[in-house]
Design a protein around this ligand. Structure first.
Ligand code: PGA
Length: 251
């Protein structure tokens, strides 16, 4: 049996009060048999959750603080996300790694913060174009997984979603081919198999990087691709609903 498809919307730093209302009005009920998770900006999480309540979707945040509470001006704790009804936290997104200097060590801290708060981490891994050209893509992804493995201990991979997001495909309109994506997903699943035999069967591995309603079918049809982490195309309710339908066809 296939793993239950999982599609997450990463709105990044986009949205307005009006846009959230328009989105909720245009959003159809998602197809059955899949998990749909919205990760809007923190500022709109409560509003979007209220607007879509009862609609069979779930919520997450794009990043959290490492700490649980205290004098950390401007930060938001994982516990606060949980308090607002979120169930997931994206961890290690390449934009956080690159633009906010989040090292593997910080990614591990945030992974553990999500866990402590009862959030399921959506762990992002992926190589840059230069690393791919140098033949280092697999090594980079495995090193990112190893950092979490070392920092989070034996239970690291229980109840985790992994997103393979090649940096060169994020927001560029350039998508990894289904074969390129599948190749890396198989590497990741093999990595999990070496940790525990149950993990490959259970763990959802998403592809992210310029997924849209037109390319989703081919990507999601790959044996080891269990859904998508969708940025730009998730900002349009109709487009994102199309991506969810593509995922549902695989359930
Ligand atoms: P994109 O972003 O779909 O706009 O390429 C994906 C992501 O960054 O999660």
């Amino acid at each position: 049996m296939r793993r239950r498809p999982f599609v997450a919307a990463n709105w990044k730093m986009n949205g307005t009060v009006h846009a959230v209302a328009d989105y909720a009005a245009a959003w159809p009920d998602p197809p059955p048999g899949i998990d749909v998770v919205f990760c809007p900006p923190w500022a709109y999480l409560d509003r979007l959750a209220a607007a879509l309540r009862g609609g069979g979707v779930r919520f997450g945040v794009q990043t959290t603080a490492v700490e649980a509470a205290g004098a950390f001006t401007g930060e938001h704790a994982a516990e606060m996300a949980r308090d607002l009804g979120a169930e997931f936290a994206i961890v290690g997104h390449s934009e956080r790694r690159r633009l906010y200097a989040e090292t593997d060590a910080v990614v591990v801290e945030k992974f553990l913060a999500a866990r402590r708060a009862g959030l399921t981490p959506i762990v992002c891994v992926g190589e840059t174009l230069e690393e791919r050209r140098d033949g280092k893509a697999v090594g980079v992804v495995l090193a990112q997984l190893d950092a979490i493995d070392a920092g989070a201990g034996p239970a690291a991979w229980e109840d985790v979603v992994i997103a393979y997001e090649p940096v060169w495909a994020i927001g560029t309109g350039e998508t990894a081919t289904p074969a390129q994506a599948q190749e890396m997903h198989a590497v990741i699943r093999d990595y999990l198999a070496r940790r525990s035999s149950a993990l490959p069967r259970e763990t959802r591995i998403l592809y992210g990087g310029s997924v849209n309603a037109a390319n989703a079918d081919d990507l999601f049809a790959q044996a080891d691709i269990d859904g998508g982490l969708v940025g730009g195309a998730s900002l349009d309710a109709g487009e994102f609903a199309g991506i969810c339908r593509a995922a549902a066809q695989q359930s």
